[in-house]
Design a protein around this ligand. Structure first.
Ligand code: SAM
Ligand code: DTB
Ligand code: SF4
Length: 323
């Protein structure tokens, strides 16, 4: 039971997180909903639109990813987009009500020759009065500082899963590499967007391990995307059985309970979640979604469908007071 405002804690123990995973689901949802209302306007959902600015041929071997050059998917590779295209897409996203524009590139790390173009993209999005986010792979501290100087608000870099399970999914980049990039982002003064993926064959203990890693960071990531695996033909995880969608609700609730003041984003995989499950996720404290018919390379619900869903649930989209 939660009587007063629940504190923000960074000292979560692993057994405490494991114990949360054993609680009755609706008790978790109730407590997470209570915490959500202590830190946010509960009826508001933040809308982020994604754009893949460089697609495919990635040297990393992330087993979930259609953009890895190691696997044969139907993906069409594309070099870095030009600035005009990025500006046009960002304007369109803004016109549809998105407040954050997130640009993703299939890189191990940003190549020096492309980096000035990336900085210009940040400046262009900022000039539109939107929040900006990028996910470009690993960063040096110099690159993180340059992105911060260009005005980048958020950097997305996911831990994806527990340290124990990680090696089953990715071999070309270590967990420690990821923590170092997150450290560089933090030191540069940007907000951190960091989360993971469910449905990759992980155990409940691995889900607890991921949330424990996130919830013991001080400060917490300001934005925590919880993705459901989008199983893409040609990737090694393509044939995995789908998880129980209620497991998403549980993970969202525990994310909200352990990181009360962070945005919790119901991220990839909403095409495979019915409206009831999404409603439960919002109840359990999810307060952000990817908005627009494409994620990076795969499908997302249409704007019309999401507007209808938000309307049915009586949710409104967050409006920026400043960017
Ligand atoms: N290449 C950069 C990197 O990985 O650091 C940035 C882009 S990468 C596509 C961003 C994140 O998208 C990954 O860390 C992963 O969590 C998520 N992602 C990629 N493919 C996915 C899939 N098929 N299903 C769910 N999430 C996925
Ligand atoms: C995140 O956690 N999920 C987004 C974003 N951060 C970059 C990406 C989801 C990608 C899903 C597969 C695709 O569309 O390629
Ligand atoms: Fe490359 Fe990112 Fe996909 Fe991994 S998740 S293969 S790093 S684009």
């Amino acid at each position: 039971m939660i009587d007063s405002v629940s504190p923000i804690r960074f000292d979560w123990t692993r057994p405490e997180i494991d114990a949360l995973f054993q609680r009755p689901l609706l008790d978790l949802v109730y407590d997470a909903a209570t915490v959500h209302r202590q830190y946010f306007v509960a009826g508001e959902v933040q809308l982020s639109t994604l754009l893949s600015i460089k697609t495919g041929a990635c040297p990393e071997d992330c087993k979930y990813c259609p953009q890895s050059g190691h696997y044969h998917t139907e993906l069409v590779r594309e070099p870095l987009l030009d600035l005009d295209t990025v500006e046009r897409e960002a304007k369109a996203a803004k016109a549809l009500g998105a407040t954050r524009f997130c640009m993703g590139a299939a890189w191990k790390n940003p190549p020096a020759k492309d980096f000035p173009k990336v900085l210009a993209m940040v400046q262009t999005v900022k000039a539109l009065g939107m929040e900006s986010c990028m996910t470009l792979g690993m960063l040096t501290s110099e690159q993180a500082d340059a992105l911060a100087d260009a005005g980048l608000d958020y950097y997305n870099h996911n831990l994806d899963t527990s340290p124990e399970f990680y090696g089953e999914i990715i071999t070309t980049r270590t967990y420690q590499d990821r923590l170092e990039t997150l450290g560089a982002v933090r030191d540069a003064g940007m907000k951190v967007c960091c989360g993971g993926i469910l449905g990759m064959g992980e155990t409940v203990s691995d889900r607890a391990g991921l949330i424990w890693q996130l919830a013991t960071q001080n400060p917490h990531p300001e934005s925590v995307p919880i993705n459901l695996l989008v199983a893409v033909p040609g990737t090694p995880l393509a044939e995995l059985a789908q998880i129980d969608p209620l497991d998403m609700v549980r993970a969202v609730a525990i994310t909200r309970l352990t990181m009360p003041s962070s945005y919790v984003r119901l991220s990839a995989g909403r095409e495979d979640m019915d409206e009831g499950i999404q409603a439960l996720c919002f109840m359990a404290g999810a307060n952000s979604i990817f908005y627009g018919e494409r994620l990076l390379t795969t499908e997302n619900p249409s704007v019309a469908r999401d507007r209808a869903l938000l309307g049915k649930l009586g949710l409104s989209s967050e409006v920026l007071t400043s960017a």
